[in-house]
Design a protein around this ligand. Sequence first.
Ligand code: HEC
Length: 84
Amino acid sequence: MNDSEKRGLTKFVHMGCATCHNGVVIGGNSYKKIGVVEPYETKDMGRFEITGIETDKKVFKVPSLRNITKTGPYFHDGSVGNTR
Ligand code: HEC
């Protein structure tokens, strides 16, 4: 791991990203609500559409961040980084 990668990892951990994006593929272990810090506009109600449980509204699977630079576009609706 080079210095830039080390700085990035430190930031990732300190900012709390690893609370959700963790484990072997840096994600894939849990479902979390999106739009907690800033509202996220989406018609997709996430897990709620399958479970019908009120608290599952806007809850999505935490995606793996493995090879993240190559796996865009991002988020369940592909709304970010659609450069292809
Ligand atoms: C509370 C849990 C949580 C935290 C903390 C969190 N994330 Fe996420 N992250 C998610 C969820 C859930 C999604 C999927 C959202 C969706 O599909 O719309 C996601 C999606 C992403 C994606 C898009 C991945 C893809 O393939 O679409 C990236 C990149 C990302 N997060 C990076 C970060 C970074 C960097 C941090 C720290 C600054 C962070 N996350 C903190 C839960 C979290």
